[in-house]
Design a protein around this ligand. Structure first.
Ligand code: TYM
Length: 336
């Protein structure tokens, strides 16, 4: 059975970017494929501690898992929910893969360059982050890993490490699908990168200080509407999808498509030739308002106990599956 796997760190409340780039695609794929695929949804809590955590990590983790349920995740026996730090095989395999990956390929990771800002005083976890991510994926033989575009480079690194390992030791790991195939599997034309509303050249990020730049999943829907209405656009005067010259308008079209689960091309076609940016903003603001209202109502209904009982089952499955794979790797290195 193929495995579809994803994780979202729970350092703080998530943004609309996390939601549309990773969480919602995962929920849609899970609901479509969970009859014949393993659906692994985990919280990479060890990845969280490379940087500051707002609030209590344990509680944030439960909240992040509730997000999936509020976004419509249907649970059945093939859906597995777990916390990374409750499955020690992740850290163990990370160490072993550290001895397979090279300094050169790991140093080339854009996220490492951005997060370390070239400073030697950044913690080693920031550097090692993609290797732990590779372990998260390879332990479960995952083929598809729904992620936003900023993470694709880490998938390519995972593929390279797994291929090198398999060439030496035989086909122990399943090689995850290529980025292009990942995008196709998600039903997208290209990777999703939701932009900062005020500065659309950049991605929407939880760490951006300017409040109007990002929509948080706990924003009052009214407030989120106002943020969309004040989004930066351009002076071209025509509604067109062109991320290079019109990133603000293109971002709004992208949000409109994803929130309503419509093909991007349909939304682009519907607005082609229109010139009133205000009309597009009103439409997107109302879509986001409806989405957040519904999402927040569902969040309020989900009890911690529901998540905790899923975790108990999921962590049993995760430990069994991951330990079996780890043992194969340990044997390959004559550790066992
Ligand atoms: P994290 O928490 O940094 O990001 C979570 C997910 O949100 C996506 N994302 C976005 N997508 C579109 N537009 C945006 N503005 C935007 N901002 C964030 C990210 O691409 C990501 O998919 N390293 C992973 C966590 C992880 C993981 C794994 C994922 C650890 N191990 C194994 C999959 C498999 C991450 O980026 O988390």
């Amino acid at each position: 059975m193929q495995t579809i796997l994803t994780g979202i760190r729970s350092n703080s409340i998530l943004t609309l970017g996390n939601y549309l780039g990773a969480l919602l695609p995962m929920v849609r794929l899970a609901n479509k494929h969970s009859k014949d695929s393993n659906i692994n949804i985990f919280v990479p809590d060890l990845h969280s501690i490379i940087s500051e955590v707002d609030g209590d990590l344990k509680e944030n983790t439960i909240r992040t898992l509730k997000y999936y349920i509020a976004a419509g995740l249907e649970i059945n026996d093939n859906v597995h929910i777990y916390r990374q730090s409750y499955v020690p095989a992740h850290s163990e395999l990370c160490w072993i893969l550290n001895c397979v990956a090279t300094m050169g390929e790991t140093s080339r990771m854009i996220q490492y360059k951005e997060k370390s800002k070239g400073s030697d005083s950044c913690n080693v976890g920031i550097f090692d982050y993609p290797i732990l991510m590779a372990a998260d994926i390879l332990l479960y033989d995952a083929t598809y890993i729904p992620l936003g575009e900023d993470q694709f480079q880490h998938i390519e690194l995972t593929r390279n490490i797994a291929t090198r390992f398999n060439n030496k030791f035989g086909g122990i790991f399943t090689i995850p699908a290529k980025t292009l195939d990942q995008v196709k599997f998600m039903g997208q034309e290209e990777g999703v990168r939701i932009r900062d509303l005020q500065n659309p050249e950049k991605k929407m990020s939880k760490s951006t200080l300017a409040e109007n730049s990002k929509i948080m999943l706990d924003d009052e829907p009214e407030k989120a509407m106002k943020k969309i209405m004040s989004a930066t656009t351009d002076s071209e005067g025509k509604i067109k999808f062109d991320m290079f010259n019109q990133p603000g308008i293109s971002n709004l079209l992208q949000i409109e498509a994803l929130v309503n689960d419509r093909p991007l091309q349909d939304v682009i076609g519907e607005w082609a030739g229109e010139t009133h940016y205000g009309d597009l903003k009103k439409k997107v603001a109302s879509s986001v308002f409806n989405m957040l209202t519904d999402f927040q109502r569902k969040m309020a209904e989900i009890k911690d106990e529901e998540v905790l009982s899923l975790l108990e089952k999921g962590e049993k499955y995760a430990n069994e599956t991951a330990n079996a794979k780890l043992l194969e790797v340990q044997k390959a290195f004559h550790l066992r």
